[in-house]
Design a binder for this molecule. Structure first.
Ligand code: FAD
Length: 390
């Protein structure tokens, strides 16, 4: 028999974004039902590198990432665990003078956003991080950025939402989503039907399908970052680090394992990705060159994941242009773990208050979905799509 649930807000996707939206909505007393195809926090949100960094984000994300930074500081109160979150500092390294200039101009462009970036010379690196390989000539340091364990943090957001009164349905892939002119109607096969006043599209790399179903096709693609973790090693690295221009990022956890990312996995199925031989070899070589203590260490696991990405590396976040009451939050482009909690809070504000103080205009869906926007006309104001106005 089909289960039927009528609620105020339905959410598709139980990653860190959907689960934190559910949590913040429950904290405002709003009835919420979250539908997750598999297990909450088991896709990108649970398999990522664990970088909790503001440094390196586009300037448009600064207010969002700053708010996320505050929320990460309250993690145990929010979700009942510290998630192994540490403010270790984030070191972004440069290989060339051109990289150094890029880091310096980023520092200037983001001044005033609370990151307190400090430029470091090679001599500074030698003083503080003598284990770095010869290829880097300097870097930029963000003292309060850090890292956390995604396998602990992301499912904990869903558990906290459940404890706060959200209805959670795992193993419930949404197979159809529509608005009948009155309510949203979601179906998970023949097992479950959810009707709601509002719908949050938080389906990660799969969210583009739902946007398209509401007339807002966007060029969301999937990317598959490659990851590996070593055996426990004597502690040497007390920062999370990345490289200007990309290629490799690394952190060491308290147990001694080094978590390292770089390059891409391979995928022949929209739902999964795995490490590929060539990228694995390149990552091993890059890691041994950059981090001297890793030479001769054993890697105990490689993995990858499926992440939604947008051409401009900014997410889609905000109201639908075609359908009042629908809000999108997806396409985090490899960087949604840190900002996830703030996006969840923003979604709750859009639904309950009708607005958010965080500037999100750069993330509007109609920067891509212009034809649907024109077809729909501009009849729906932002406020009309919110709980406050209903
Ligand atoms: C390997 C890797 C490394 C990364 N490293 C970092 C990092 O260091 N720092 C950082 O900030 N970000 C990082 N990211 C990005 C970050 O993990 C993501 O941006 C973030 O987790 C996205 O959260 P989400 O909730 O949108 O997506 P997801 O976690 O993918 O959640 C979406 C959920 O929607 C569900 N879903 C899909 N279709 C349906 C359906 N039809 N019905 C119901 N549910 C559905 C999925 O099962 C999934 O659980 C990384 C990503 C990967 C893959």
């Amino acid at each position: 028999m089909m289960e039927r649930i009528d609620t105020e807000v339905a959410i598709i996707g139980g990653g860190i974004i959907g689960a934190s939206a559910a949590l913040f909505l429950r904290r405002r007393g709003v009835p919420v039902t979250l539908l997750e195809a598999g297990l909450c926090g088991a896709k990108a949100s649970g398999v990522n590198y664990g970088g909790v960094r503001r440094q390196g984000r586009p300037v448009a994300q600064m207010p969002l990432t700053r708010r996320a930074h505050e929320l990460w500081g309250q993690l145990p109160a929010l979700i009942g665990t510290d998630g192994e979150y540490v403010r270790s500092g984030h070191l972004k390294l440069a290989r060339t003078e051109v990289d150094m200039a890029a880091l310096e101009s980023y520092r200037q462009a983001t001044r005033g956003h609370g990151m307190h970036l400090r430029m470091l010379s090679r001599a500074d690196l030698d003083r503080h991080y003598g284990w770095l390989g010869d290829e880097v000539i300097g870097g930029s340091f963000c003292p309060d950025d850090g890292h956390a364990n995604p396998r602990l943090v992301s499912p904990a957001f869903a558990r906290a939402a459940l404890a706060a009164g959200a209805v959670l349905r795992e193993s419930s892939p949404v197979t159809s989503a529509l608005h009948d002119g009155r309510r949203f109607i979601l179906r998970a096969g023949t097992a479950l039907e959810v009707t709601s006043s509002f719908l949050l599209n938080c389906a990660g790399a799969w969210a583009g399908h739902f946007a398209a179903a509401f007339g807002e096709a966007v060029p969301e693609t999937s990317i598959h970052p490659l990851m590996m973790v070593t055996e426990p090693l004597p502690l040497f690295m007390d920062v999370s680090l990345g490289m200007q221009g990309g290629g490799i990022y690394a952190r060491q956890v308290a147990r001694g394992n080094c978590v390292i990312g770089g390059g891409r996995g391979v995928s022949s199925d929209p739902d999964f990705a795995r490490p590929g031989r060539e990228a694995v070899q390149a990552l091993l070589a890059n890691a041994a060159a950059l981090l001297r203590p890793l030479r001769g260490a054993h890697v105990i696991r490689f993995w990858s994941g499926v992440e939604g990405s947008m051409p401009d590396h900014n997410p889609v976040l905000g109201p639908s242009i075609t359908t009042p009451g629908l809000f999108h939050a997806f396409g985090l482009s490899g960087a949604g773990f840190q900002v996830g909690p703030a996006i969840g809070e923003v979604l709750s504000q859009l639904v309950v208050d009708g607005h958010t103080n965080i500037p999100i205009d750069a993330f509007r869906i109609d920067r891509y979905a212009a034809p649907a926007h024109e077809a729909a006309g501009s009849g729906h104001t932002f406020r009309e799509q919110t709980l406050e106005a209903s």
